[in-house]
Design a protein around this ligand. Structure first.
Ligand code: FMN
Length: 369
């Protein structure tokens, strides 16, 4: 039904005079609406359906952030953020003898609560790496700060009395800050990386061959290494490789029209707006997930696989269809879909020439108006 309406709208807009009337009206309204912030506010009233959903999603996410604090969960964003802040404090030059006094107590509270709630759920699905990281960083904190400070002393006592779960996760290596010289060293050089970037193209035609799940996981090990604001990783990869599910999910966005029927695996990258207590961070899910997806897609290439991003437009009917299919709440936002498979060697790839560097980049020069 929705797809039929979209198709009808496209057919109507293909009629030149209808397109001209539509574009003329839209342009006129935009000239008024985009004049200043007051007119933009007036303009947004009839657009409530589009922008209100995002506003609701952000609000619901903020509400859920606070509600979640008391809930047993696999991962604890509030703890991740504060542990990150501690690590950042540890890495500062010069490092202050005492730092994090304004949030160390809160961090221990978050840690205690995470451990306690993890115990109540008998540890099933709990991210042990996260708890081990928090434990490692907190332990290190009390080793390096001045314990004579009364705030630190009180927090140290609370930490010592807290129950601990220190499981060995798969993170390996250091669970507190380390010197750059002790970090991992890659053998990938610039030429190899450039070649990989040239090899990766949006591939829409695939062989009729399933994608091994272990390769998805291997690619995700790369994707999750991407930077995220405060190391929150506020996204999830929902992977579908059941042919019927793939068809149902991949056919929802209109950008997969004509080729979704032969996609072997589709990933829905979903952002979680309950990762934030403040509206100022409402765009971070998109940035973090996109950075991760890029690493994921490069890794797929190194494993013989190919991919193509499928756009997820902010469009009410499609949002409702996808939310219904996947059981998503208002604060769970689809960011993009990724089609994955072994590339059909005969599949045609658009050349998609990139912009020249002189257009993309400026050194010490303000953008031209
Ligand atoms: C956010 C985003 C949305 C995209 N949406 C679609 C889409 O809906 N359908 C599609 O076939 N390709 C889609 N693509 C792929 C682009 O068309 C492609 O990346 C672009 O033309 C450059 O080609 P390249 O990836 O081969 O370099 C999308 C890419 C991005 C990053």
């Amino acid at each position: 039904m929705i797809k039929r309406l979209i198709r009808l709208a496209k057919q109507l807009l293909a009629v030149t005079w209808i397109r001209r009337v539509y574009e003329g009206t839209t342009r006129g309204l935009l000239e008024v609406g985009a004049a200043n912030r007051v007119t933009a506010t007036l303009f947004s009233i009839p657009g409530l359906l589009t922008f209100n959903r995002e506003q609701f999603a952000v609000l619901r996410g903020r509400r859920d952030y606070y509600r979640n604090l008391q809930r047993a969960r696999q991962t604890h964003v509030e703890l991740r953020r504060n542990v990150h802040r501690l690590e950042k404090g540890m890495s500062m030059r010069p490092r202050r003898p005492v730092f994090a006094k304004d949030y160390i107590d809160e961090t221990i509270e978050f840690y205690q609560s995470a451990v306690r709630l993890a115990a109540t759920t008998s540890g099933s699905g709990i991210d042990n790496d996260e708890l081990a990281w928090a434990h490692g960083v907190l332990s290190h904190y009390f080793e390096i700060v001045d314990n004579a400070d009364p705030v630190v002393a009180k927090a140290a006592k609370r930490f010592a009395a807290a129950p601990h779960i220190v499981a060995n996760g798969d993170s390996g290596g250091a669970v507190h800050p380390f010197a750059r010289r002790d970090g991992a060293v890659s053998e990938v050089g610039y030429d190899g990386l450039l070649q990989l970037a040239m090899q990766r193209r949006s591939v829409r035609w695939f062989q009729d061959k399933p994608v091994p799940r272990d390769l998805i996981d291997k690619a995700l090990l790369v994707g999750r290494q991407s930077p995220t604001a405060c190391n929150r990783l506020p996204y999830e990869y929902l992977v579908f490789d059941d042919p019927e599910m793939v068809k149902q999910v991949a056919s929802i966005p209109s950008g997969s029209g004509g080729y979704y029927h032969q996609i072997p695996t589709v990933v829905v990258v979903k952002g979680n707006l309950d990762s934030y207590f403040s509206p100022r961070d409402r765009h971070v899910i998109y940035i973090d997930a996109a950075l991760s997806a890029m690493g994921f897609m490069y890794a797929l290439e190194t494993l013989g696989l190919a991919s193509s991003v499928i756009n997820w437009p902010d469009f009410e009917p499609l949002e409702m269809t996808m939310a219904g299919k996947l059981g998503l709440g208002p604060a769970e936002r689809v960011i993009m879909l990724i089609a994955i498979g072994y590339p059909d060697p005969d599949g045609i790839i658009p050349s998609s020439t990139k912009k020249s560097l002189d257009v993309l980049r400026r050194f010490n020069e303000l953008p031209q108006k």
